[in-house]
Design a protein around this ligand. Structure first.
Ligand code: ADP
Ligand code: MG
Length: 705
């Protein structure tokens, strides 16, 4: 590879890309201020302000062939223009091209416009046709007179539509990008990717790619452009992924240079703890714990992600790591994504740590007033509270630790990169950074994990504790509900417990909770011999906790729940789970839910109820659930099955929002992205800053070179 190393640091061409936007003709301070709101400060930023979508204005469409919803260019002669007063004053202009009529409707117009739009004038208009009171109409079309000197000209490329900000019109942005493209051509925008690599990936050069996305040629295929799969877009996506990869790796390097407390355990607590456990650790748990212990014994902070399928026993590993820190005389904070989960962990740790005489504090958002102050004081004192468990409330203002040396984060997929960063900063005490152990049950495929978590080391618990029988999954139509209810009755008669999961409805908490209530009521009638509980997001955490505790103690046979039980809840005696409307849930979510059963020795079943008819995709997805219980396989199939239209959001992968790249759609490029990131960091550090500046911006806190 030959990315043209320079010995003089930033080459001239780059410096010119970083000229302020005011270097472009016609851009004054006022416009520059508005552009700054779009994050556009330099000429280069204009080039990398990428279109959101495209419109086809290369052809004039006969008015007679228009359908509602079409976004089109039409041309016609004004037949009639009238001012009408219907609720609001408005100007209606009827045009025709001989093939049909179209009404242009204006609510806002100047006297000058009104004077211009008179009978006989030819107009070219662009806009979205819709059905109105007078047939098809366009409200506030873009228009210009078509009887002037360049009447015959249409646009000769697809028209890009840019993200806009108040006061900067599309037309202006199109002019600016055209200027920046010309400018880039003259100045030769610097391509940081080695040309051999581009050939290898069959990707165009940066200049070609930018020209193409800003000005797709006539006849360009809209489909790949709309999907983001055109080589020009892939070229840009590659570079963007590269920039993110580099920023995470640099971030990691940077954090690793900060000092941490070295935590070497003496076994005083871990030994009796292990002895008291009713089981011995699996090989995978031992290995993960060994990796974590080695990390925390070092003076540079641990940044370790533990990936382990639901039920693989991550909590015990976390407990052992916590004990090492406590043996060494430090504090540990454990953060869970929900109150429910924090409470469950707290109960677990209380039970485990009581015999060792280690107090465990729960700091939830609900803890207020004197009680909260009391807990806060105890945490600040350190000696009183070696382990604190809570939600993100743990890292809010006002929480001060005495000697925080280890932070454990459970179910990391709920936290994004930004939160990880914030945590690192807040955790910093007396110039020391706490070690971090992050646990996730989201088994994302390896390449994705390496990208989303490029700043972390990864341990995988790839083994379930022995004695577990894999969960059998059955897929049934709604019509078989009665049979399922009978099955619950039978299981509960044998002393087993069951979950009934109601789906999230249209993202509405209100409906969600109503559906759960209705299902609960129906099941109470259908199963009079059972005691049936209900948990949903509306309950106070106290109430939720009480219901969960009753279920755990076996006082409830059946628990009706919304997806709030998705993460982490542990009741080994529960061996049957029914999931309603399973066709509407994501595979990852179904897998998480299913992980609530199969935790004990009893044979467990998960019934996926669906409402037909199923699409082929939905059918295949449910088939995946039926055919495997391996979380990694589930996630790999999930990736294969998802079309580009159904992408996993960046939220879930923990990556910050990107401009052109989509982690899943562009997953095939990730191995090369990693290779190239490594290569550039090692051999061409001079390329890093310009790449980050281009894609991530100067204002970001992370990825500083
Ligand atoms: P997860 O990885 O999903 O967080 P947990 O830590 O909640 O899993 O563990 C699931 C269950 O397995 C718990 O009841 C825990 O006590 C039990 N467990 C953990 N490790 C072992 C082991 N090595 N042998 C037997 N049971 C185990
Ligand atoms: Mg867990």
């Amino acid at each position: 590879m030959n990315p043209k190393p320079t010995s003089t640091g930033i080459p001239g061409a780059v410096a010119s890309e970083l000229r302020p936007v005011t270097a472009l003709k016609g851009v004054g301070d006022a416009l520059a201020a508005k552009l700054a709101k779009l994050g556009v400060e330099t000429v280069q930023d204009v080039l990398f302000l990428l279109p959101l979508r495209y419109e086809d204005r290369t052809q004039i469409i006969p008015i007679g062939s228009l359908r509602a919803g079409d976004r089109v260019v039409v041309e016609g002669e004004v037949q009639l223009a009238e001012l009408v007063f219907r609720k609001r004053r408005q100007l209606l202009v009827r045009i025709t091209d001989g093939s049909g009529f179209l009404t242009l409707r204006f609510f806002y117009f100047t006297a000058q416009q009104q004077a211009q739009l008179t009978r006989g004038v030819r107009l070219r208009c662009y806009g979205e046709a819709r059905r109105g009171g007078l047939g098809l109409e366009i409200v506030h079309p873009e228009y210009r007179r078509a009887d002037g000197p360049d009447a015959q000209r249409t646009e000769d490329s697809l028209t890009p539509v840019y993200p806009t900000t108040e006061g900067v019109q599309q037309g202006r942005l199109r002019i600016l990008t055209a200027l920046a493209l010309d400018d880039a051509e003259q100045q030769r925008v610097r391509d940081w990717l080695p040309s051999e690599l581009l050939r290898d990936l069959q990707l165009p050069s940066l200049a070609e790619a930018l020209t193409y996305v800003h000005r797709p040629p006539p006849g360009a295929d809209l489909m790949p452009l709309a999907m983001g799969t055109h080589p020009a877009q892939r070229r840009l996506a590659f570079e963007e992924l590269l920039a993110h990869q580099i920023s995470l790796r640099l971030l990691r390097q940077q954090i690793r240079t900060e000092p941490a407390w070295p935590l070497a355990g003496n076994g005083q607590l871990t030994a009796p703890f292990r002895q008291a456990l009713p089981f011995s650790l699996t090989k995978a748990q031992e290995r993960t714990f060994a990796e974590a212990s080695t990390d925390i014994a070092s003076t540079s902070p641990m940044l370790r992600l533990v990936q382990g399928d639901v039920g693989s026993g991550k909590t015990v590993v976390a407990a052992l790591a916590a004990l090492i820190a406590i043996e060494a005389g430090y504090q540990v904070a454990m953060m869970a994504p929900t109150e429910l989960l924090a409470e469950q962990h707290w109960q677990n740790f209380e039970r485990w740590f009581k015999p060792l005489q280690i107090p465990v504090a729960l700091l939830s958002g609900k803890l207020t007033g004197v009680a909260r102050q009391h807990t806060l004081n105890a945490i600040a004192d350190g000696a009183q509270v070696p382990l604190v468990i809570g939600t993100h409330a743990l890292f809010q203002e006002g929480v001060r630790f005495k000697r925080l040396a280890l932070v454990i984060i459970d179910e990391q997929h709920r936290f994004g990169v930004q939160q990880r960063l914030a945590l690192r900063e807040k955790g910093m005490q007396e110039g020391r950074v706490p070690h971090q152990l992050i646990m996730t049950a989201t088994p994302i495929p390896r390449t994705l994990a390496m990208t989303a978590y490029a700043d972390l080391d990864v341990s995988v618990i790839d083994e379930l504790p022995p004695g577990r029988t894999p969960v059998t999954t059955v897929v049934l139509p709604e019509a078989r509900r009665d049979a399922v209810v009978a099955r619950i009755a039978a299981a509960c008669r044998q002393g087993r417990q069951a979950y009934w999961v109601c789906p999230l409805i249209e993202e509405s908490e209100e409906l969600d909770y109503q559906a759960a209530e209705a299902t609960h009521a129906a099941l109470v009638v259908a199963l009079p011999a059972l005691s049936i509980g209900l948990v949903h997001g509306r309950l106070t955490s106290k109430k939720k906790e009480a219901v969960m505790a009753a279920f755990k103690r076996g006082e409830l046979n059946l628990l009706v729940a919304t997806t709030v039980i998705e993460v982490g809840v542990d009741v080994p005696n529960a061996s049957l789970m029914v999931i309603e409307n399973s066709e509407r849930m994501g595979l990852a979510q179904l897998h998480q839910l299913r992980g609530r059963v199969g935790r004990g020795a009893a044979e467990s079943t998960c019934v996926l109820l669906y409402r037909g008819p199923l699409s082929r995709l939905a059918q295949e997805r449910l088939d995946v659930m039926r055919s495997t219980t391996d979380g990694f396989k589930v996630s790999e199939r999930d990736l294969e099955l998802r079309g580009p239209g159904e992408l996993l959001g960046t939220r879930q992968t923990g990556l910050v929002q990107m401009k052109v790249a989509e982690l899943i759609r562009d997953a095939d490029m990730l191995p090369r992205v990693q290779e190239v990131a490594e290569y550039l960091i090692t051999h061409h550090p001079e390329t890093l800053r310009p790449l980050l500046r281009r894609w991530i911006g100067a204002g970001e806190r992370y990825g500083q070179v």
